[in-house]
Design a protein around this ligand. Structure first.
Ligand SMILES: [Zn+2]
Length: 338
């Protein structure tokens, strides 16, 4: 049967697990889609404000912020500090060995503008390259649903960030960790972590790393067991305020350009901050046959944050061959000849 694309989002019948209802023309995600109402969003925002009021001023910082230097994370930090100027924020940028110069410059600039402290999490390039190479060479190392959310390389990278931010939050007694996920990426706006959950997710990541051949005995990528043991009672909460705000890519860019954020020169529309992204997408397409951003972008289209045309264009866009080659060289991987 020929490929059928969902009438509302961009998922199609060639993607494993996706069927399109022939009567409605929708995929099952679109058929069961129930976005937060304006009222529910308002209630979540009121709850977040209440939490800020209640817990601020207790630790070294009020918020640990995951800052990539890309547009969404830069904008979210800007608006967070505009709406809640009293928050003391430590913005953490992970240098995964492929971070663009522009992303570092933008991250530092946005921290200066918002009065946030900037911290760059660094690791030895050799260790990172080795890890990403093993992720690229792995197949189905993560639970099935993970590969629909991101490439194996990106899954490793984002999980390292999450682990290390949780660790920082515990060590510095910071009550909140904030990420810049959009409504299309459909996170829960408020996630209260518990010591048991932190331990469980740490051990699960350790197992996944082992599956791809990484034995992280120094706990470079994992929340240190010692830190979890010292955790008494309350654990930090993860907040996703961007999914509660009105969002459009144009509005975000407009705001950022006004305050002096500079659009990066990297030729890759899916990531404005990481030079490994094109290779990660290429690797995922080769292994699994669909673009790793398909579900993410389908979510953005479904929630109205992106037009369907733009979404289809993004997942069908040619990946940058020079960026792919450059990353493959760093990872010491050979590319198939096209
Ligand atoms: Zn759909």
């Amino acid at each position: 049967m020929s490929k059928v694309v969902c009438k509302k989002c961009i998922l199609d019948s060639d993607i494993p697990g996706i069927t399109i209802n022939m009567e409605t023309g929708f995929c099952h995600f679109c058929e069961t889609y129930a976005p937060l109402s304006l009222q529910e969003k308002g209630e979540y925002l009121a709850k977040i404000e209440e939490l800020f009021e209640k817990h601020r001023g207790k630790g070294n910082y009020d918020v640990i912020y995951a800052l990539s230097g890309g547009k969404d994370s830069s904008y979210t930090l800007y608006k967070l500090k505009k709406d809640y100027p009293f928050l003391k924020v430590l913005a953490v940028q992970f240098n995964n060995g492929f971070i663009s110069e522009g992303a570092v410059k933008n991250a530092k600039k946005i921290c200066k503008i918002t009065g946030s402290d900037y911290y760059q999490l660094t690791m030895q390039n050799k260790i990172l390259y080795d890890t990403f190479r093993k992720a690229a060479e792995s197949y189905d190392a993560f639970p099935k649903f993970a590969k629909y959310r991101a490439s194996d390389i990106c899954n490793i990278c984002i999980t390292i960030i999450k682990q290390k931010l949780i660790e920082q939050a515990i060590v510095q007694k910071v009550p909140f960790i904030v990420f810049a996920f959009t409504a299309g990426q459909s996170p829960n706006p408020i996630i209260n972590l518990s010591p048991n959950f932190i331990k469980w997710s740490r051990n699960m990541f350790e197992t996944q790393l082992q599956k791809i051949g990484i034995h992280d005995k120094d706990e470079l990528f994992l929340v240190k067991n010692k830190v979890i043991e010292d955790l008494e009672g309350s654990a930090p909460s993860i907040l996703h305020p961007l999914c509660l705000w009105e969002y459009s890519e144009d509005k975000v860019l407009e705001t950022l350009l006004e305050i002096g954020w500079e659009p990066p020169g990297i030729n890759d529309s899916n990531s404005t901050n990481c030079t490994l992204n094109s290779f990660a997408c290429y690797n995922h397409l080769e292994k699994y046959g669909f673009h790793p951003y398909t579900f993410d972008i389908a979510g953005l289209v479904r929630s109205g944050e992106m037009s369907r045309e733009e979404g289809l264009e993004k997942i069908n866009q040619e990946l940058s061959r020079p960026l792919i080659e450059e990353a493959a060289k760093k990872l010491k991987l050979n590319l198939k000849e096209d």
